[in-house]
Design a protein around this ligand. Structure first.
Ligand code: NAP
Length: 527
C-alpha cells in the first residue's frame, strides 16, 4: 500500500518529492516501514562505513539547505525511501562557488605532484570502499550490483589516470621569429568549474570531470542528479578524507534550474561541464554565452549497431547484447538501433531473441540480476510511447513489449522487428531495454541510415572484413566506434560525441584540455 502510494506520487510529480523543514529526520535518513531486509542491511553497511551523507558539501562543511528543505531519494526497485537529502538552490550554490573561488588560489598553486598525491589517495579510498559505493549505487539507481561494482572501478580509474596525468601537463617553447625573443606557451587551469551530472552513472560521470579538473588545478562545484545524490556525496566524503582541501570539491543538489542558473550567471565560474540530455545541454550552452564560459557537453546518443552479413554471429550477438542492455538500456552509448543486413537478419533475430530471453530481470541487489528497473515512471511511459508508435507504423514485437510482472518500473527486455526510419524508436533515444531491429540491403544503405540522425556519440559495427571495418568506421559520423565489440569505454581513450551529441572529450590525455587555458608569453630584448 505504502509502496503503491510512493509509485503514484512519483508518477504525479515526475520527480522526487520535496519536503518541508519539519519532515526531515535529524540524521536525514528515513526508513520506510516496508524497507526490504536486503536494502536495510545494505544501508546499514554503508552507514557503518560513514558513507551515508545527506547534506551538501560547501567549503569542506556538510550543510543543510538554508531553508531546511529536503528531497527524497527512492530505491527505484522497490519505491522505498532511502534518505532525505538537502534540497539546495541558488543561495547555497553561490556560497559553493565563492568557496571554490577562494580555494582555487591555493589549490592551483600546489605542485602537480602534490595534487597528484591527493588524487591518488582519493582513488585508493574509492577502491577500498568499492563494495559500499556499489551497494549505494544499486540502491538509488537500480543497476545490478555487478554493473555497480564495474562502475566503481571505471569511475575510480579516472581519478587514478588523472592523478598520473597531472604531472604531464606540459607547455611548449616555440622557435622565435626574431633572434632576441623567446616564445613560450603555458597551460594554466581555467578556474572554477561547474559540473552537472546525470543519474545513469552516479559516480563515473562525476569522476570523469572532477579528476581532470582537480589535476589541472581547477576547483569544482558538482551538481549530481536529484535521483542519485547519495553516491556523489559518498565520493565527496572520500575526497575530503583523501586530503583534497575544503572548497576544492563542493557538492550541491536540489533545485536544478536554480543551481544551473547560479552557475551560469556567476563570473567566477569559468567553465561548465555537463553530461545529460541534449535539451538541457543546449540550455546550458546558451546560458554560458552571457559570461563567455568554456563549455563541454556529453549529451544524448542514438547509437547504430550495424551487423553485416559477414559478421561472426556469436561475436555480433554478444556485442550487441552488451551494447544494448547495459544498465537496462539507460546509457548514452547503448545501441539504440540494431541495423541488420538482409542475408543474416532471420538468423541474427532468432539467436538474439534467445540471448535476450536469458537476461534476468530483478532487484539489482540480487546477484543473479542482469536487468534492473528503469529510473522512474516517466522513463517507462517513454518506452511505452515508443513501442506504441512503432507498432502503429508496422513494426512487430518479437519479444517482451510490456511492463514486467515484478511491477514498479521493471520492463521486459524487448525485441522489436521491422523498425523503420519514420518511427520514434529509430529517431530518438528510447533509454530503455528495447532493441529495435532494422533490416538493410547494402553497406551504403547502412551508413546512410546510421548517419541519418542529429546525434553522433557511439556506433558499433560487426564484420569479419578488415577493409569494410575501416571504410565504415571512417564514414560513420560518430565520436566513438566499436568494431566487433560492444563495450568500448575506458579511461585511457577519448570519450565524446559529434553533431548534437556534444562538445569536447573526457578521459584520456585529451581530457585535461577541457580544463586548461593556453597562455602565450613573449620574452623580448634578450640580446
Ligand atoms: P537531464 O535531465 O538532462 O539531467 C542531467 C543533469 O542536469 C541532472 O543533474 C539534472 O538535475 C540537471 N538539470 C536538469 N535541468 C537543468 C537545468 N535547467 N539547469 C541545470 N541543470 C539541470 O538528463 P538525465 O535524464 O539525467 O540523463 C540522461 C541523458 O544523459 C540521456 O540523454 C543520456 O544519453 C545522457 N548521457 C550522456 C552521456 C555522455 O557521455 N554523452 C553519459 C550519460 C548520459 P536533476 O536530475 O536534479 O533534475
Amino acid at each position: 500500500m505504502a509502496m503503491a502510494m510512493a509509485m503514484r506520487r512519483a508518477a504525479a510529480l515526475g520527480a522526487r518529492h520535496i519536503l518541508g523543514a519539519s519532515s526531515s529526520s535529524s540524521s536525514g535518513i528515513l526508513r520506510s516501514r516496508h524497507m526490504s531486509v536486503d536494502a536495510a542491511a545494505a544501508l546499514e553497511r554503508i552507514r557503518a562505513a560513514g558513507l551515508l551523507r545527506t547534506q551538501g558539501l560547501i567549503g569542506g562543511k556538510w550543510i543543510d539547505a538554508y531553508d531546511g528543505k529536503t528531497i527524497e531519494v527512492e530505491n527505484p526497485a522497490t519505491g522505498e525511501i532511502l534518505a532525505n537529502v538537502s534540497c539546495m538552490g541558488s543561495r547555497e550554490t553561490s556560497d559553493a562557488i565563492a568557496s571554490a573561488h577562494t580555494t582555487f588560489y591555493s589549490w592551483s598553486k600546489l605542485t602537480a605532484s602534490e595534487r597528484s598525491k591527493a588524487l591518488r589517495k582519493w582513488y585508493d579510498l574509492i577502491i577500498s570502499n568499492k563494495e559500499e559505493l556499489a551497494l549505494l549505487m544499486t540502491l538509488e539507481q537500480g543497476k545490478p550490483i555487478k554493473e555497480a561494482l564495474g562502475e566503481v572501478n571505471y569511475g575510480a580509474s579516472f581519478i587514478e589516470y588523472f592523478a598520473e596525468e597531472a604531472k604531464r601537463i606540459y607547455g611548449d617553447i616555440i622557435p622565435p621569429t626574431l633572434s632576441d625573443r623567446r616564445l613560450l606557451v603555458l597551460k594554466q587551469p581555467v578556474g572554477v568549474v561547474g559540473a552537472i551530472t546525470p543519474w545513469n552513472f552516479p559516480l563515473a560521470m562525476i569522476t570523469r570531470k572532477v579528476g581532470p579538473a582537480l589535476a589541472c588545478g581547477c576547483t569544482v562545484v558538482v551538481k549530481p542528479s536529484e535521483f542519485t545524490p547519495l553516491t556523489a556525496l559518498a565520493a565527496a566524503d572520500l575526497a575530503l578524507q583523501a586530503g583534497i582541501p575544503a572548497g576544492a570539491l563542493n557538492v550541491v543538489m536540489g533545485n536544478a534550474p536554480e543551481i544551473g542558473d547560479a552557475l551560469l550567471q556567476s563570473t567566477q565560474v569559468r567553465k561548465i561541464t555537463f553530461t545529460g540530455s541534449t535539451a538541457v545541454g543546449k540550455k546550458l550552452m546558451a546560458g554560458s554565452a552571457d559570461t563567455v564560459k568554456k563549455v563541454s557537453l556529453e549529451l544524448g546518443g542514438n547509437a547504430p549497431c550495424i551487423v553485416f552479413d559477414d559478421a561472426d554471429i556469436d561475436v555480433a550477438i554478444k556485442g550487441s547484447l552488451a551494447a544494448k542492455f547495459r544498465n537496462s538500456g539507460q546509457t548514452c552509448v547503448c545501441a539504440n538501433r540494431i541495423l541488420v543486413q538482409e542475408g543474416i537478419y532471420e538468423k541474427f533475430a532468432s539467436a538474439f531473441i534467445k540471448a535476450v530471453q536469458s537476461l534476468q530481470v530483478g532487484n539489482g541487489l540480487e546477484e543473479s540480476t542482469s536487468q534492473g528497473p528503469l529510473i522512474n515512471e516517466a522513463a517507462v511511459q517513454k518506452v511505452e510511447k515508443f513501442i506504441k508508435d512503432a507498432t502503429s507504423k508496422g513494426a512487430h514485437i518479437m519479444l517482451g513489449g510490456k511492463r514486467h510482472s515484478l511491477g514498479m518500473t521493471f520492463y521486459e527486455p524487448t525485441v522489436v522487428g521491422n523498425v523503420s526510419n519514420d518511427m520514434l524508436l529509430f529517431r530518438e533515444e528510447a533509454f530503455g531495454p528495447v532493441a529495435p531491429l532494422v533490416p538493410f540491403k547494402t553497406e551504403e544503405d547502412a551508413i546512410h541510415m546510421a548517419n541519418d540522425t542529429n546525434a553522433g556519440l557511439a556506433a558499433y559495427i560487426f564484420t569479419k572484413s578488415i577493409p569494410r571495418s575501416w571504410r565504415v568506421s571512417e564514414a560513420l559520423e560518430y565520436g566513438l566506434v566499436g568494431v566487433n565489440e560492444g563495450l568500448i569505454s575506458t579511461e585511457v581513450a577519448p570519450f565524446g560525441g559529434v553533431k548534437q551529441s556534444g562538445l569536447g572529450r573526457e578521459g584520456s590525455k585529451y581530457g585535461v584540455d577541457e580544463y586548461l587555458e593556453l597562455k602565450y608569453i613573449c620574452m623580448g630584448n634578450l640580446n
